[in-house]
Design a protein around this ligand. Sequence first.
Ligand SMILES: [Mn+2]
Length: 273
Amino acid sequence: MATYAIGDIQGCFGPFQQLLRQIEFNPGKDTLWLTGDLVNRGPESLQVLRWVFQQQDRVQIVLGNHDLHLLAVSEGFGKLHRSDTVDDILNAADGKVLLDWLRCQPLMIAEQGYAMVHAGLLPEWSIDKALRLAEEVEDGLSGPYYRDFLSRLYGNKPTRWADDLKGAERLRVIVNAMTRMRFITREGEVDLAYKGELDGAPANLIPWFEAKGRRSSHTPIICGHWSALGLHVTEDILSIDSGCLWGGSLTALRLEDRQTFSLPCPVYREVAA
Ligand SMILES: [Mn+2]
């Protein structure tokens, strides 16, 4: 009986299934955690979503930015980008069932001594506080006014948390930190512009997890989203998006002993210049 966390799949169904065979995943006994971005950019998003939906009793996911983008686009908010590959889901006969399920998935979980979130947490959030904030978003997404909620999702501002933020601004800081953030400024502002590697980052930016006094630092956090960082495993941060989509690898992390298993992947997308 083991729990494996797997990084961003982004529609790479073939490598995903191959990795499950490699780790000898036993659906009757083992549990799977997925760091989000199940869909988009890769070739077989519908297959990934269907598989996870069918196996939902043994799979825990957290929502990523691409999953939220799919939900927004499916309701007519936001635009499909040229690089999006979610048409098959939008046109599938079972698409509505899959999207309704996806919409009700969490933004963050904390179990077995670990927390998992797609991108990151702001320095002033403890794990408990972040869970409560995630729940505010989850309530909106799964509640009767979810279309309103999705319509207000897009935007890079505000860049800083404040306890008295309300409405769409509050929602956006939570969603942007948990599903899009990589770097913050030394003053604690979310920076969504720079997406690259650590080397070469502007001097005023630090990875979110290196923020001084970060209140979530006592719980190891499993995250994805940052393929340019590569597999990055330390005592308290387990960042496991190793860039499957870009010809890197798909990584599974066994929580019990922290062993990692990596499967080299074909190039589905050229890394953008
Ligand atoms: Mn992402």
